[in-house]
Design a protein. Structure first.
Lengths: 176, 274
């Protein structure tokens, strides 16, 4: 009996187009190796890569709202050169006001940290929405004190304008 | 005469370094070159077995460096081919018995009256590897299309590229199984070359004939009918500077070929079940 079912499956699979995504062991091996070879070559451990990814998310979230779960950080080999490929799904670019507020909030956090040296670096990861809400509060409460420390918004204006120009909905930006 | 010193290395053990050394050495000698094979795997020597010379070894490389014999006395001539000789490793000592400098000196001396000196490297990246590489200016990195072998080969390529003395290194992909590549169960030659970013010098198909040739102590290049033997002979020709196309190992991909393969496989399975 089992012989006939085997035979039937064989005949069936013969006429069915080969399934590429599910059963392709070779592609699994290839992508696993690609990653591990890059880690070996660059001495970057998965932990460091994860840290790098986290910091990049923090940095970029100041200017754009991005899909954190889909952000990809990979190495690619082109000949002798190793390139760091960053794929960032952008949900929407923040407008100038939002960016300014975020930066102010950050400056405030820095200020607090400078004030109490003993305190450990607190919440590094925050949700964008909460962060905006917080930023609103802080800007209402103490807007004057922070402006001096904050030189960045102007510097960043050009970049953010570029992004807002392109960006209506979700899109992907790649940076090397 | 200034011979070329080529080290055959891999990082991982069991991928076919020694088989490759024996076969390329034999093929080069058959083509009329004077060849010396040096086994640097001290403590785990095997090259003598693959060449069928295990009963003829009197002196080893350790005897040479410790002055118990002259270099010429330690060279064992191949049974079939007087152009080929072997400098065997000692079986009862360890890798520290020979130093990098000593190996360099041996290679320099052998260069004078040989066309090729092939150094069979031990597995690993420790002193044994450093010794084997010391006298060489070219390298062949042997790997198979398997995860661990490729990863280790990548390490070796990294180490070789950092060595100034190594002018060129090439990849030899061993134990390729076209039927597994066809079903996407094994990485293809192109995949491996892309991952390692290294030029190919040979693709050797998996061949059960290797087992019997090892058992007989007769390298498979001596078997004119064997596909692996043909592939090794091609590697030798490429080393000598000829341009030789790589063997086409892919199974028939057209419809008739598919039907044929399908029936062959099914008949095999039916036979196995009966």
């Amino acid at each position: 009996m089992s012989f006939f079912t085997d035979f039937y499956n064989k005949v069936f699979s013969f006429f069915k187009p080969q399934d590429i995504s599910e059963n392709n062991v070779k592609d699994v091996a290839r992508s696993r190796l690609k990653l591990v070879l890059m880690q070996d070559r660059t001495n970057l451990t998965p932990k460091i890569l994860e840290q790098m990814r986290g910091e990049l998310i923090d940095l970029l979230s100041k200017y754009v709202e991005l899909d954190k779960n889909l952000l990809e950080l990979n190495f690619e080999q082109e000949g002798d050169q190793v390139a760091l490929m960053l794929s960032i799904p952008v949900i929407r670019a923040k407008d100038e006001k939002e960016i300014e507020e975020t930066l102010k909030k950050e400056a405030l956090l820095k200020g607090i940290q400078l004030a109490d040296d003993e305190e450990e670096n607190g919440e590094e990861e925050y949700n964008t929405n909460e962060e905006e809400a917080d930023a609103d509060k802080t800007s209402e409460n103490q807007p004057e004190e922070l402006t001096e420390e904050e030189a960045h918004p102007q510097d960043c204006d050009n970049q953010t304008n570029d992004i807002t120009a392109q960006n209506e909905e979700e899109h992907k930006t790649e940076a090397v | 005469m200034t011979g070329r010193v080529i080290v055959i290395t891999s990082g991982k053990g069991g991928v076919g370094k020694t088989t490759t050394s024996a076969n390329i050495g034999t093929a080069l000698a058959k083509a009329g070159n004077k060849v010396v094979l040096i086994d640097t795997d001290i403590g785990l020597r095997n090259l003598d077995l693959l060449l069928g010379l295990e009963n003829r070894i009197v002196y080893t490389i350790v005897d040479v460096v410790e002055g118990r014999c002259k270099l010429k006395q330690a060279l064992v001539k191949d049974k079939k081919n007087p152009n080929l000789s072997l400098l065997a490793a000692a079986q009862t000592r360890d890798k520290s018995a020979v130093s990098e400098e000593q190996l360099k000196d041996i290679c320099e001396t052998l260069k004078k009256d040989n066309d090729f000196i092939l150094v069979d490297c031990p597995a690993g990246i420790e002193q044994g590897f450093q010794n084997a590489v010391a006298g060489a200016s070219e390298a062949i990195v042997v790997t198979t299309p398997e995860m661990s072998a490729i990863r280790d080969a990548d390490r070796i390529i990294g180490l070789l590229s950092a060595k100034e003395e190594i002018e060129s290194y090439k990849l030899l992909l061993n134990r390729v199984r076209p039927n597994l590549i066809a079903t996407n169960d094994m990485m293809s030659v192109e995949d491996v070359v892309e991952l390692l970013a290294c030029d190919l010098i040979g693709i050797i198909p998996e061949d059960t004939g290797i087992i019997s040739s090892t058992n007989k102590g007769d390298p498979i290049v001596n078997d004119e009918k064997s596909l692996a033997g043909q592939a090794y002979r091609n590697v030798a020709r490429r080393i000598m500077g000829e341009e030789v196309d790589f063997l086409n190992l892919e199974e028939d991909k057209n419809f008739i070929g598919k039907i044929k393969n399908f029936f062959e496989k099914t008949i095999k399975e039916i036979k196995a079940k009966i």
